[in-house]
Design a protein around this ligand. Sequence first.
Ligand code: ZN
Length: 282
Amino acid sequence: MSNSIKRPSPCIFCGDRPGTTKEHFYSKWMSRAGLLNHKRADKYVEYGFERSPAIGKQTRPNISYSGDLSTKKFRVVCYKCNGGWMSKLEESCRLSLEALVTGAPVKLNTLSQYDLAGWIAMKVICLEHNRARRFTVTPSFDRRMLADGKIPPYFSIYVGNHSMPHNVKIERDTLTVAVDTETPDPPLADVTKNVSQVRILLGKAFLLVHICRANGFDMEDYMDASLKQHVFDRLRIFPPQQDLVTRPIEPILDRAGYAALEGSFAQMMEVSVHRWVPDSPV
Ligand SMILES: [Zn+2]
């Protein structure tokens, strides 16, 4: 075989087989049931930031995918994972997902919070590795972790409802941060970024994922106090809350609330007590 023929990368979850099956970001049943109707073609937009004392703050060119986001598929997983534990995980939180997508009332106990958070983490990891450029979760470190039912401890996951006109939208911000020195702590090793925020509209629900692998740095400490009060303290499902949580919960995130959330990552970057290291070349 010629060396020029590109072989598929290994499955991002098990690494045992090539990642050749296509995983929908938005599950097919959601589109089939008409739960994701949207008036205009929404895009997936990814922003990369870098900052250092030498260069100040810079923004990398955005990456955006054209086409209908509700049918977007990522070819990063193998058939066995896709049809096995991934499908079981989705089945385990299907009822919660249906309620969230339609805005119907739902009560989530600790276990259902965990299942739902696992499903969200799975989707976000697929999204991260769709293009191997800016990712915070490395397959070699976390291989099999989700498949074994464990969510990486550096995830924080929040679920609420919104009143935005859109119901299909994904945005992701990534950053490399160093707390005290000029190198990240822990070292980046085989990831390219150590902090990221992913904002997703899923029908009537919004999902917020923080991934923070910078020791001694808590993203939420540097974000707006109103977000802490209305989002971080009230809507968390991972780490799960001991009490039963219900959705929808007031206040429903409106346009202004969503805008505050969108701006929170950039706002966090304005904090000058931390030294931001330059983005690695991509
Ligand atoms: Zn696999």
